[in-house]
Design a protein around this ligand. Structure first.
Ligand code: SF4
Length: 481
């Protein structure tokens, strides 16, 4: 692979992110630190001086993909030995002692608690890359953002020109719950909650940089407490919503156990909150929940659902489910399947259990792969039917969505997300222009068809602010025929 000669004018960093929103938030932090240090953000790896992989280890597949990507990048390093390959994130934390033996071309490994050090290192390296300073193009470096490539990313991954519309703010690091399948407490450590003041300052900075939506991110985000005052997650959401200019607020991922009635009642007083809560069930069987160390029973989970329904009746509930966890019997699985069949969940991330080294469940007797696969197929069928029903209900309505950018699968279409996180795709409007649509990113889309993955429709209006009525958008010729 040949490197592009025209890229020698500035130091550039290419950031690729696997995994959860916590990693996306970390990548955004590093992108900002890199921009402050004088880097431009590269949209292609072959343009960059620094290649940064932010890794995930939640599933075996994520690990394999990260090591595969390191091998791809080896070719770039061979064609230009000055390129530096850096690995950060959960896999870096887990494999820090052996990563450079397995992949000797990796120049540096930064664990999950070394973001500040990584930012400092990038600043140290920068002068050696900035061989010719670009003086003509103004100081717009800070406006660019990291290219995000979420694990299992779809056609609708955020593109550069629109990524600043969504700000990620980490409210806590680590987790102290030690679910028996989860590697997070082992690689990210126990809860470390940030002070409210710091979090709010970061929200303000994102809003000032053009964010229309801010996502509060934590492994168990609703367990957050201010370390000094003890204020809880409800207090944090209310304080964030009171900041001037914040249009939309959302959060991921809460733990069912930490949804007290007080927190849920607080959320109901915050009109900027997106009407969707992700409530990870994991299993519908009490025996499995105990083995998973989830700290709630099925009945307690249902109590949380009832509270959400009482205070937040219009909110969509989405979930995570693991199939084939060690010890899962047919009856355990049927309990999960029955619950999914109630149609409670608007959507679900469903996984076949995969062994994570260093966790208790890795040492237990495993469910045969063919049994897990058969159960998984039945679960996916059931949830897909529920998801499709949820999406069907949008047909005929007009939903306000935040633009994501041109669809990766079909560049003649635009992708956007509704407030309940449903993907909506529409034909590219005739007046499409990236700068204009980044300035007026709220799209009213008349929904015409529904699918399991989301909906399609036509853009009828665009607006600068969420509360604006918006201006009409002409339909593309193809829609008029
Ligand atoms: S609550 Fe459980 S699954 Fe979630 S991060 Fe903590 S240990 Fe992992």
């Amino acid at each position: 692979m040949e490197r592009m000669a025209s890229d020698a004018t500035m130091s550039k960093i290419y950031i690729e992110t696997f995994g959860c929103q916590m990693n996306e938030a970390d990548s955004q932090y590093i992108a900002d630190r890199a921009a402050e240090a004088g880097y431009d953000i590269a949209s292609k790896p072959e343009e960059a001086n620094v290649l940064l992989l932010n890794t995930c280890t939640v599933r075996d597949n994520a690990e394999r993909r990260a090591y595969g990507r390191m091998n791809h990048f080896k070719v770039l390093k061979e064609s230009d030995p000055g390129v530096r390959l850096v690995v950060m994130g959960c896999l870096a934390e887990q494999d820090r002692d052996r990563m450079q033996q397995v992949a000797p071309h990796v120049d540096a490994v930064f664990g999950t608690k070394e973001l500040v050090e990584l930012g400092d290192r990038l600043a140290q390296w920068q002068p050696s890359f900035a061989r010719v300073q670009d003086t003509d193009e103004g100081d717009d470096v800070g406006l660019e953002r990291a290219l995000m490539m979420p694990l299992g990313g779809t056609a609708d991954a955020v593109t550069d020109g629109f990524s600043h519309l969504r700000g990620f703010v980490t409210v806590q690091r680590g987790c102290s719950y030690y679910c028996t399948f989860c590697i997070v407490p082992h690689v990210r450590g126990r809860f470390d909650h940030r002070p409210m003041r710091e979090i709010l300052d970061e929200v303000v900075a994102h809003v000032a940089a053009g964010a229309r939506e801010v996502m509060l991110v934590g492994q168990t985000v609703n367990a957050w407490r201010d370390p000094a005052t003890g204020e809880d997650f409800g207090d944090l959401c209310k304080a964030a919503a009171a900041l001037p200019g914040l249009e939309r607020l959302t959060f991921i991922s809460p733990h069912p156990k930490d949804f007290t009635e007080k927190v849920i009642a607080d959320l109901a007083t915050v009109p900027q909150l997106n009407a969707r809560v992700h409530l990870p069930l994991q299993s519908g069987s009490d025996a499995m929940l105990r083995r998973m160390n989830r700290k709630y029973t099925r009945a307690q989970f249902e109590e949380k659902v009832a509270l959400i329904r009482r205070y937040l009746p219009a909110w969509a509930i989405t979930t995570d489910i693991i199939v084939g966890f060690p010890g899962e019997t047919d009856d355990d699985f049927e309990a999960t399947l029955d619950y999914v069949k109630t149609g409670l969940f608007a959507n679900a991330f469903m996984f076949i259990y995969s062994i994570r080294r260093g966790t208790p469940a890795a040492r237990w007797e495993q469910v045969p792969a063919e049994v897990s696969s058969a159960r998984f197929a039945r679960l996916v069928d059931a949830q897909n039917a529920a998801t499709r029903t949820y999406h069907d209900r949008k047909i005929g309505s007009t939903v306000r969505c935040l633009i994501q950018g041109p669809s990766k699968k079909d560049a003649t279409k635009l992708a956007a997300k509704a407030l309940d996180n449903v993907t909506v795709i529409a034909p590219m409007p005739p007046d499409y222009d990236e700068a204009l649509y980044a300035r007026e990113p709220w799209l009213d889309i008349a929904v015409e068809t529904a699918h399991v993955w989301g909906c399609t429709g036509s853009i009828v209006r665009r607006a600068e602010r969420y509360a604006d009525p918006g201006t009409r958008v002409a339909l593309p010729m193809i829609s008029l025929l």
